[in-house]
Design a protein around this ligand. Sequence first.
Ligand SMILES: [Zn+2]
Ligand SMILES: [Zn+2]
Length: 244
Amino acid sequence: MDRKNLRQQLLESYPVRIELHAHTQPASGCGRVPGDQVAKNYKAAGYDAVVITNHFSRGTLIDYYQPSCKAESIEKYLADYYLAKRTGDDIGLKVFLGAEIRFEKTGGNDYLLYGMDEALIDAAFDYIDATPQEFYTRGKDPRTLFIQAHPFRDDMTQLPPEFLDGFEVFNMHPGHNPRIALAERYANEKHISLKTIGTDYHYTGYENLCAARFPALPEDSFELAEMIRSGDFIGEIGDSLIIL
Ligand SMILES: [Zn+2]
Ligand SMILES: [Zn+2]
């Protein structure tokens, strides 16, 4: 089979384009695009779904918002997701709830969460001062996937694989070096088989958005997590570069 046909066959087998890593403002202080506009931008770029993975940490939840006010912090955090979701419902784009959690008291690593709902965001809040190992072993719902984000970016340390479900090997944030080759090699050596891809969307004007392409469109965040866990997806950078 020639290369053109193989590419076409992959695109047909994996027709559903999902962004697995996107931030909105104001829930992510570093984000520059509100949730409604994020949904519109991904729809315009030909996506079927986007996961809103706003930063979830002491800094973003507690200091940035209302000190010592859990319910209000969570309400503000989720407001961005709801705005994106309402817009997505209007324009025909699925919007899933995820998060990018950081346990600031134990370091600067980031971890992506898929398979989340409002109750699990509430539960995760109580682990914000814990360690990632404690969250993984005691705080995490079994349906939730716990993926170390951009594990070879500057100042990151790799969590032992027994406390992870996978690695975000392909993180395409233009302002950081993800050291993709190192992450890929390390994951292989440590038998971390689940490797994800994400744009780490914060602004407009990214040269390329990065999709995970799936065989079908999941119904909710939990079904998405199952589909990611199965490993049956491929990556795509921009409109043309397929990644297996
Ligand atoms: Zn950010
Ligand atoms: Zn991020």
